[in-house]
Design a binder for this molecule. Sequence first.
Ligand SMILES: Nc1ncnc2c1ncn2[C@@H]1O[C@H](COP(=O)(O)OP(=O)(O)OP(=O)(O)O)[C@@H](O)[C@H]1O
Ligand SMILES: [Mg+2]
Length: 174
Amino acid sequence: MDDATSPCALVVMGVSGSGKSTVAERLAALLGWRYEDGDKFHPPANVAKMSAGHPLTDEDRWPWLQAIADEIDRTCKANERAVVACSALKRAYRDVLVHGRDDIRIVFLNGTQGLIADRLAARKGHFMPPGLLTSQFKTLEPPQPAEQPITVSIDAPVETIVDDIVRQLNLVPQ
Ligand SMILES: Nc1ncnc2c1ncn2[C@@H]1O[C@H](COP(=O)(O)OP(=O)(O)OP(=O)(O)O)[C@@H](O)[C@H]1O
Ligand SMILES: [Mg+2]
């Protein structure tokens, strides 16, 4: 057991189809923490843009990421705990979410493009434009050691992934 600050929020990050929603939800249930889907925090203008099929720019993303960061701060201040699913592909995005706090930890879902493509093909009720996964991998800046990420292989059952995260963070399941 190290003496790292006990986290109040975990940001589960990775490309589309890496399992953020699935893993974050299961992890939150295991820990008895709240689960939040980062997509819920998009301002209406972003939702309209995405619905019209237009890609978001980084300028569009800052208010969204700041809204998630604000919600995390509120959660921690209220002595609550949350697991947030958010792609957070770039370092600059994660820096908004974490903003230097050591009680907000990044969990990186690491997997190959081939494995994730197979999972996306099998996923029901989601339309995935061709090329999206390739562009996600192009954008992805895997977290650097300085970010002190928890990195887990997604080539495993969900239970194993969640147990791996809990173990690496020395957290106690409910
Ligand atoms: N460890 C796993 N083993 C097998 N299937 C998995 C695993 N994790 C996730 N899946 C499946 O892979 C698909 C993608 O997972 P999920 O929707 O959670 O990804 P996501 O990262 O939230 O994607 P998006 O960014 O599009 O919201 C789903 O059908 C899910 O059931
Ligand atoms: Mg999701």
